[in-house]
Design a protein. Structure first.
Length: 452
């Protein structure tokens, strides 16, 4: 029989003493490194898509379509929010048309109580209405909604925008002068927010009327909006010139469906939400599972005040999807009414596409709102805003090719730029385009990983 020598237990485990501070620290470090490696692998396998573009280009609508196609659609809370927001925007949009018609010296039939007493009566109802008194501001988004409402519709904000309009095109990199302007604007905005929050506290819960009276009031207002839209020639003439002032892009859709939005029991449909607009503040992240791949889509607010935040999400991006509202070639910015929206979009794309941040990142451009582009290109000549355009004034395809060539010429890198013509509110066409785009992104990601 063999003999086995034994050693005291303390000497066997001497090198593995769990109480040893060095070993405890090493174990903790190993766990941290293991977690970091797991996170790295997850990040490497995750596809990060960054949505960028100027304000109102349609970035958030693209994200909404992804929600419809890959995320089960919209929640009950989102539907309630858009129902409230659209109703307010519809009321204010009709008021804007009445006011702007006078500024543009367009004769309104509703201004003549003798020849058009019925139209005159409906105009008075619209102008006397107080939109915020006819919604539940809490459901519409609370204080954030009130702040955005004041920014969009208050006379004080409009005057301030006019005064601060410089005519200077900006990207996401601002000068010291712009910083000073932005800081001054921030102080003004903070003061306004305090006033708005105080107002908000008195508005939570909606109208104090009984349901029947409240519904009757909304129905009466909706009928007046509908009557003015359908019967006043001057309102239609003003609407045809809405590129000369700030008006909700979906105002026509709101007016045509105004009776639905007036119902207190109405809940926004998918199309309503796609047409509606709630401003994107900061950077939102949404996760999708598409073709057995995990996508993280980052949607960054496009207005100038939001672009400073962009740089925080530039790292580790798989693909940039830049959205251009091609129909807005004849419109000026909300933030600066002396700057053409397409000019600003071109400069912004230049800064992004040729940035060191995205030296190896593929770019996809969505030339969005082609439905509106088709409607207006015949009556609003491209050459008026882009004198170097040589194509026929009413040729949709030549016009789109021209803008595509402008963006393509900006690319000073060797990588390709993928372009698509889109109508982000059209679910069927967007389904086809988004499927093609996600397949492309997956292939690009596999090539980058050396697996394709």
């Amino acid at each position: 029989m063999g003999c086995v020598a034994s050693a005291p237990e303390s000497s066997v485990n001497q090198g593995y003493n769990e109480q040893d501070p060095f070993l405890s620290s090493q174990k903790a470090n190993d766990l941290i490194e293991q977690q970091l490696m797991m996170n790295y692998k997850k990040e490497k396998n995750q596809i990060k898509l960054l949505l960028l573009g100027t304000g109102e280009s349609g970035k958030s609508t693209v994200l909404k379509q992804l929600q419809v196609l890959h995320h089960g659609g919209f929640s009950h809370q989102e539907r309630m929010q858009y129902t409230q927001v659209i109703w307010v925007d519809a009321i204010q949009s009709m008021k804007i048309l009445i006011v702007q018609a006078r500024r543009l010296r367009i004769e309104l039939q509703c201004d003549d109580p003798i020849k058009h007493p019925e139209l005159f009566k409906h105009k008075k109802i619209v102008l006397a209405s107080k939109a915020l008194d006819m919604i539940d501001a809490n459901k519409a988004g609370g204080s954030d909604f009130i702040n955005e409402y004041v920014l969009k519709y208050s006379e004080r904000s409009e005057k301030k925008r006019t005064i601060n309009s410089t005519g200077k095109i900006q990207s996401y990199i601002d000068s010291d002068e712009d910083d000073e302007l932005s800081n001054n604007a921030k102080h003004d905005t903070d003061d306004e927010k305090q006033n708005n929050n105080a107002y908000m506290s008195s508005k939570i819960g909606g109208s104090t009327m009984d349901q029947e009276s409240y519904q009757q009031q909304r129905t009466t207002l909706a009928r007046s909006i509908k009557f003015l839209w359908e019967n006043d020639i001057g309102i239609q003439q003003c609407f045809s010139r809405s590129n000369e002032f700030q008006l909700e892009g979906s105002a026509e859709y709101y007016f045509e469906n105004i009776m639905n939005f007036s119902r207190i029991d109405y809940l926004a449909t998918d199309m309503d939400i796609l047409k509606g607009r709630v401003k994107t503040s900061g950077i939102t992240e949404t996760n999708f599972h598409i073709n057995n791949r995990e996508f993280k889509v980052l949607d960054a607010g496009g207005q100038r005040s939001e672009r400073r935040k962009w740089i925080h999400c530039f790292e580790g991006i798989t693909c940039v999807l830049f959205v251009v509202a091609v129909s807005e070639y004849d419109q000026n910015l909300f933030e600066d009414e002396k700057v053409n929206r397409m000019h600003e979009s071109l400069l912004l794309f230049d800064k992004l596409c040729n940035s060191q941040w995205f030296a190896n990142t593929p770019f996809i451009i969505f030339f969005n709102k082609i439905d509106k582009f088709q409607e207006k290109v015949g009556r609003s000549p491209i050459r008026k805003y882009f004198p170097e355009y040589k194509g026929p004034s009413n040729d949709v395809d030549q016009g789109l090719k021209y803008f595509e060539s402008l963006f393509a010429s900006i690319n000073r890198s060797n990588r390709p730029i993928y372009m698509h013509r889109t109508c982000a509110t059209d679910t069927q066409s967007m389904k086809f385009i988004l499927n093609a785009v996600t397949d492309l992104i997956i292939q690009q990601n596999l090539k980058k990983s050396g697996l394709f």
